[in-house]
Design a protein. Sequence first.
Lengths: 382, 382, 378, 378
Amino acid sequence: MDLTFDAEHEEFRAEARAWLRAHVPHEPLPSLDTAAGFEAHRAWETALFSDRWSVVSWPIEFGGRGVGIMAWLVFEEEYYRARAPKRVSQNGIFLLGPTLLEYGTPAQKERFLPPMASGEEIWCQGWSEPDAGSDLAAIRSRATRNAGGDGWLLNGQKTWASRGAFADWCFGIFRTDPQAERHRGLTYFLVAMDAPGVTVRPIPQIDGETGFAEIFFENVEVPDAQVLGDEDAGWSVAMSTAGSERGLSLRSPARYTKAAARLIDLFDQRGAPPMAADAVARAYMDAEAYRLHTYWTASQVARGHAVGPEASCNKIFWSETDVQIHETALALLGPEAELLESGSPGEWLDGYLFSLAGPIYAGTNQIQRNVVAERLLGLPRG
Amino acid sequence: MDLTFDAEHEEFRAEARAWLRAHVPHEPLPSLDTAAGFEAHRAWETALFSDRWSVVSWPIEFGGRGVGIMAWLVFEEEYYRARAPKRVSQNGIFLLGPTLLEYGTPAQKERFLPPMASGEEIWCQGWSEPDAGSDLAAIRSRATRNAGGDGWLLNGQKTWASRGAFADWCFGIFRTDPQAERHRGLTYFLVAMDAPGVTVRPIPQIDGETGFAEIFFENVEVPDAQVLGDEDAGWSVAMSTAGSERGLSLRSPARYTKAAARLIDLFDQRGAPPMAADAVARAYMDAEAYRLHTYWTASQVARGHAVGPEASCNKIFWSETDVQIHETALALLGPEAELLESGSPGEWLDGYLFSLAGPIYAGTNQIQRNVVAERLLGLPRG
Amino acid sequence: MDFSFSDEQVELRHAVRHALAREFPLDALRVTVQTTADERAERAGARWRMLAELGAPALLVPETAGGLGLSDVDLVGVLEEAGWSALPEPLLETAGLAAPMLATLLPVAPAAGALHALVSGKAPLAVGGIDIGPGGPSSPTAVTPDGMLRTPRVVGARTATVYLLACRDPDSGWQLHAVPAADCTLAPTPTLDGTRDLSTVHWPLSSETLLAYGVAAEASVGLMADRGAAGSAALLIGLADRMITMAADYAKERHQFGKPVGSFQAVKHLLADARVKLEFARPATYRAAWSLASAQPSVSHDASMAKAMASDAADLAARVALQVHGAIGYTWECDLHFFMKRAWALSATWGDAATHRQLVLAQARRRGVPARRSDPGT
Amino acid sequence: MDFSFSDEQVELRHAVRHALAREFPLDALRVTVQTTADERAERAGARWRMLAELGAPALLVPETAGGLGLSDVDLVGVLEEAGWSALPEPLLETAGLAAPMLATLLPVAPAAGALHALVSGKAPLAVGGIDIGPGGPSSPTAVTPDGMLRTPRVVGARTATVYLLACRDPDSGWQLHAVPAADCTLAPTPTLDGTRDLSTVHWPLSSETLLAYGVAAEASVGLMADRGAAGSAALLIGLADRMITMAADYAKERHQFGKPVGSFQAVKHLLADARVKLEFARPATYRAAWSLASAQPSVSHDASMAKAMASDAADLAARVALQVHGAIGYTWECDLHFFMKRAWALSATWGDAATHRQLVLAQARRRGVPARRSDPGT
């Protein structure tokens, strides 16, 4: 056990810090849930990519640096420390990317990874359907063989695709065997959003911005080359993506430790009111505990162990920590918390709204608790 | 709306206060979960009864004063204010008593109520069975017609009978129609604990005292006169008892407001540590809110409305308030909390252990939440 | 001891609920945010006239001054209904705070003028300049370099013709003014809840608008703070009830895993917890109204307790309702967000739950809840 | 960065688990409370010899002084196992607190003597006289009218031959003594957890037993407080794990409504919440051990965070385990209460969760977590 970073990691940290100091925009970019903000964030992705900072843990051939998970965590710490922009490519690089690296054919990797890394192609997730949310296996969107037999026709409707209104590509699962039960007979597809038959309806979210979209598929032609993994084996491919979503790669701890540090600053600015102290301490410790847990998990991964159902603990913990940090900040702001001012109140309020989605997306925390109980504690299914 | 008591109630309060001041023992009685303590508490019941303070809300003919529910609440406030002994008769007078008044025949009322009120006959509850706890309708203890056709033979096993090791009588439900489904075919019986065929096995509880007992029935003969309510209608009779248990009569608010007042004293004695302030305030307010809610409910009852499923809200609230009050007290005591000293730490520790049973007995709070969701919010059964 | 509402009080509440359901359906909330300022003002005006017809704004004004001569116990149900429907108008500020305060300050000229405007029913009054902190009422009003006063977060200023404003000087203490809107400069403040009317008001300090100063103003401000806390508690109770109802309805309809999500214990218990919190916040809120109506010495304690419990109940109801709705609840199309945003705003104004817990504890420790006709047992 | 245990560390922990399961089955806990004092002492002695054979008491003693020369990172897993089995003996006090402290104070004569007794493996050492409050270490030791010192809640005094005791004088500060049991008068303190060995010790202040005073004693006491917090966190982690495991096992067996109670979502989610809390308390506890072993400047912060999180995790595990067991869990016959009582006791000693949160926050605000080799990103 050694909780210090070695010289190589420290050198990497210094390099990342220097680059970020030189390149992070001084003014915050417009919200990435707007059309203009989306493109501004895409430009930032391109800038990251051109100096090989967009996907540091990917192989060099696809635009990464081939560094390990610990170095990735170091990069993330520096990224949040620098208050760099949100990652508009996150669904691609953090969710689909690892799945492509695991299940993709060489041709698929070559075709899809580099433009994903560069921000040229930004991905959204076609997962949930109106009647398949928590019950993801209830998916009804279907894929049938096309006339030529060399591809598929997609039909159906997906929803809650974050930034689906602006994305270039979509990954999702479709039912290929209508006879098969629930988790079986699903296949994982990669679909261009400008393919004929794809229609997008933006869904304004709670703050009025177009955070997500419904995607309608009407006889959308997709070649075999855009199937990820085996036919009818989409569920296990999807579970790999879901594991990333809940586990290590979507929510790096630096996000929360940075927010907790800002919370302590706010607490000091507000004169350290004694009645807020306990909540501030809890928020700070939970963020710190998440960081430690991530190092712990990464160390197991580095030793060759797989991330198991503990990922569901992760999802519950980071989502509730995020809510708690922001709730505590709003309590410190008192009656000013509702003001949409730029700067402190507004930023915390934005963060609060975003945090409230945490216990819902990526599998509600109710579903995660079932997973923890059944898979970590061995309790029987209901 | 008028939250002051009228002159009649104030006179009653003054009378109760004076009597209690003159009669409450100066030294606490030994624990009522011991044989000696049980008898000491029985003597106290007799003293209460001889001046008509044991069951003030009962009709005069059965030993009460025939006062209304508001006066009963006033009496309870004075009772806890005086730090009077625990009520060893509580299962009889608070649970069975109201049910007897509602369902009993004139002969049953005359036979059972006066000795119950006087402490001459102390009752325990034969409700749960080893395999019928939260799932009370799974009761398997059975009653069959005796040979003469004028009575019943009881067989089976009951458990968690509080003070069952010392009680004189037991009330409980038994299956009279083995064909009937779950809630049907149950009948409510009153059984003498010294009847041939009744065996009692004390169950030491968490603190080592004999808090409750298992009761075994082997061909116990019970006459028809000891059936309460109709044959096969025991469930609805039992639900009346359970309503009292969860609702107004088992846990009067004075119990919690008194404990909260002691908590504030402890907080002051310990120098009002700022980090405990919020929890102390919460405990105090919850006790106070329970008191207000009880007045609210009592006012509805006084206007002729029935207590409905809101009683399940009650049970959840008082049991969790009780835990919270005691947890906060133990936190104030810090490392001294574990000491079995007489006086402050020991008393709070006793109270804490007792409070922990609250979310379990009288229907676990999980079951109560189901009731609230299904009957107050109309959610469908699982 | 009779802790219940009279038949008339129950009827008044029902009348308000029905009128609001008719004149202010859920769609109207959406329109309030998305329409032009003119259209918005017109609709607000129509709603206010409807409330005036019901007598709501002048409920607490004595009959001699043209009001209904009723009490806070009559008002509390009306406010609960305003919360249930997420009414945007400053009913609490006008009917609950300004009206009784102005009535007690008669015949001071600015009070009479403002009260006349209020009783006419043409427009609400705006209220600002009082916050509640762990030490009690505090003043957010500041002096600007041009000698004017600047009061942030004034409620209802966009439609009111008179503003009831407080300020505090460290030396001379509190002052209370009734300032004509025409004398003020107003900067609307964008808030998360787009249906809420919050502004920063610049106003001139003048003896002509003075209602009270010194000890009288301090008492008035204290009582307004109590009424603000107790009244927003009533609004929050209504909001909490509505959110729980919406979530329970949704849980009955929405199916997953082949059955209504409301049949899952996890969903049931979330909603049950919210329902229990609401159940016990309610009597505390009604008690505060009674204490105000009957001028109990315990009124500050009672108002603080109501606000603490109602804020917690509404915050929990919002969290639970959102979680039960899932992603749908996170959309603009679902009505839930209007109620959540209002609940968040009200929960933080007039002192949040933690602040009021401190105030309650301080009073309980000082035995600051003086005995009512008799000490209730503790 | 390698946040994992070595194979040797994992093996040591397994050896301790197996040895304890063999020599100290659940029944033995019950016997501990219900047997005679003699029988109790005999069994305790046998267990201690077994622990000594595993090398546990002298784990942190340098090889030159007859120990194993290992570190807190090796010890933390052993302590977790002691928690898992609710071991009554003062292993934390002896191996985790006394041993490393005495080793650093060599060659002072009383330290050498006490360490010799410890390494011999015949008996544990008792430790007392340090509490942790919101201001850091505090002294519960008082001077009695006869000039002796009186230290309450000394752990392990009934079997130890040497007591490591601290006292503090407002003028001259802390002192640390190694006092032979024979010089002391001992009053056993009954506690809820009947398997715990707590006493009030009366002892004479003498230069012959003095280990350290002034700045050195203050540093030693501070470090012992950190080790007390971090070590009891490890015990609590083991207790929490055990209670969750017991409850999950019970939930699989116990049937109601025709199925295992563990198949109900309400029960699942209670247990899942406890499991999540444990999952995140664990790395914090291991980090504290590493900080102790490598003398990090952040050690107090890290120990406080571990204790806060482990106390909360164990408290929640106890609550949940009792609720899942229902009435059965409330009986003496069910083993659960031994673990609950130990958890309650340990959660409140060496500073409770709220106290340590204050300490953590104070250090985080002072930026009192000095940069490690590099500032980790905040």
